[in-house]
Design a protein around this ligand. Structure first.
Ligand code: EPZ
Length: 417
């Protein structure tokens, strides 16, 4: 298993370009199953998760060609509505093929996703909504087996769910009639999926301020010449937090600033200097970090996927801060590892209390999930001396070229087998 050897304590300077959004491109890739055709998708990050999704689409019968960050998907010959356990267990987002398979084949067999580092990740919202649309759902040997032709229906989610919203929108675009989806996710990644679907002929009305979509089923979609995926706001936020902690000055290119508004606001509160342009921002950190509390919530709230990174920033703040995790109550596997750098963090249920220290001490640490591992890399880049971050296959799921990108900023980081 690969690991990073990091010599920390050096400030970072220069420019970094953000890749396409993992959490936008995964459902868009799945959506190409709905209507047979040839789809060209641009700004696709080459990651373990996008490669896994490509493999899954090939198992279903699609032909995929990656060339640089462009993906060509030919879904004309899809004929196998099955998503096997060995793929779904490595990537929960495989569940995104459920809606598209049902829409195309009126049947789907998708393995029930397992849990992840921070506990169970249920899919009851997805299944309840599909039943309301007329599907029959059975569990057979760990697989969800679903059959039925989908009808428009009024869906109201008990809790906002990114994945369930994406799945039901994809199930509804060719369903018979109108589907109204309430208490839905309006994360930029889902808005990007909706934009892609409308570009290929779907009829989806978005009521963002009401967390509502109205999908009028159409008979046929058309494939399109090419579609560009939005930049990854979580990758961008990770680099913003990195320079705030490590010190220095960097320009982050290829972003959509209003996707990061809450992060910009919180960093300004923490005393970081930020200059926002229309597709980039320059961020400089030269003074002590002020303690700033955050509470994670659905968009446009503070993203849970930046919670671990924010925590590591607060470990050097001048004072006490509090992080409340409302999306995944137990998403704190990074705390034990951060303590190995000398951080002082106390956990009470879904609240972490951080007491700022003067410096971080280098240490060997282990990644536990994709965003926790990013927080360990940032901490190691700050701590003077040599640190080791193991099990970085977690990072490879969601951060394209992270060694090159930090290397170009002057960081001393290398990957060893
Ligand atoms: C998406 O996961 C993201 N993944 C996650 O990012 C992100 O953390 C999460 O949304 C929240 O923003 C992708 O987009 C591929 P949810 P998803 O359904 O869709 C509960 C990363 O780091 N829930 O919005 O699986 C669930 O347990 C990953 O890139 C149910 O109870 O998340 C959680 O508490 C990690 N039943 C809450 O809803 C369900 O049927 C939100 O989960 C579905 C969800």
């Amino acid at each position: 298993m690969d690991k990073f050897i990091i010599n920390g304590g050096r400030k970072i300077f220069g420019e970094v370009t953000i890749s396409g959004s993992k959490n936008a491109v995964l459902p868009i890739m799945a959506a190409t199953i709905i209507e047979p055709g040839i789809y060209t998708i641009k700004n696709v990050p080459i990651l373990r998760d996008t490669v896994t999704m490509a493999r899954l689409l090939e198992i279903i019968g699609a032909k995929i060609t990656f060339s640089d960050n462009q993906l060509i998907i030919d879904s004309n010959n899809c004929n196998n509505p099955i998503a096997p356990y060995d793929l779904v267990k490595t990537m929960r987002a495989s569940f995104y093929v459920l809606g598209p398979l049902l829409s195309r084949f009126n049947e789907a067999t998708v393995s029930l996703p397992g849990g992840c580092a921070w506990g169970p990740r249920p899919v009851d919202f997805h299944l309840k909504a599909l039943k309301e649309m007329g599907a029959k759902v059975n569990l057979d040997y760990g697989n969800i087996v679903i059959t039925g032709s989908l009808k428009g229906s009024n869906i109201k989610f008990k809790k906002i769910s990114v994945g369930a919203t994406g799945n039901i929108i994809m199930a509804a675009v060719k369903a018979d009639g109108i589907t109204v989806i309430e208490n839905a996710s309006v994360e930029p990644e889902i808005i990007n999926l909706v934009d892609f679907l409308n570009n290929i002929g779907a009829d989806i009305k978005v009521f963002k301020d009401k967390n509502r979509y109205v999908v009028a089923g159409v008979d046929k979609l058309n494939c399109l010449s090419e579609y560009e995926v939005i930049p990854d706001r979580i990758e961008a936020g990770t680099y913003m937090i990195a320079v705030a902690l490590i010190g220095g000055k960097i320009t982050i290119n290829n972003i959509i600033p209003n996707h990061l508004q809450i992060v910009i606001d919180k960093m300004l509160d923490a005393g970081v200097m930020i200059n926002v342009a229309d597709q980039s921002l320059t961020i400089e950190s030269s003074q002590p970090i002020k303690p700033v509390n955050i509470t994670t919530s659905e968009y446009p709230g503070f993203p849970t996927d930046l919670q671990a990174q924010w925590m590591v920033l607060m470990t050097l703040a001048k004072g006490e801060s509090k992080i409340t995790e409302n999306i995944y109550k137990d998403r704190f596997t990074h705390i034990a590892e951060l303590k190995r750098f000398g951080c002082i963090i106390r956990l009470e249920e879904n609240c972490a209390f951080i007491t700022g220290v003067d410096k971080l001490k280098s240490a060997p640490v282990m990644s536990t999930d994709i965003r926790a591992s990013a927080s360990l890399v940032i901490a190691a880049l700050k701590a003077k001396g040599e640190s080791e971050v193991s099990r970085i296959y977690h990072l490879d799921r969601g951060y394209e070229n992270i060694v090159d990108k930090f290397g170009q900023l002057g960081a001393n980081i290398k990957r060893v087998k």
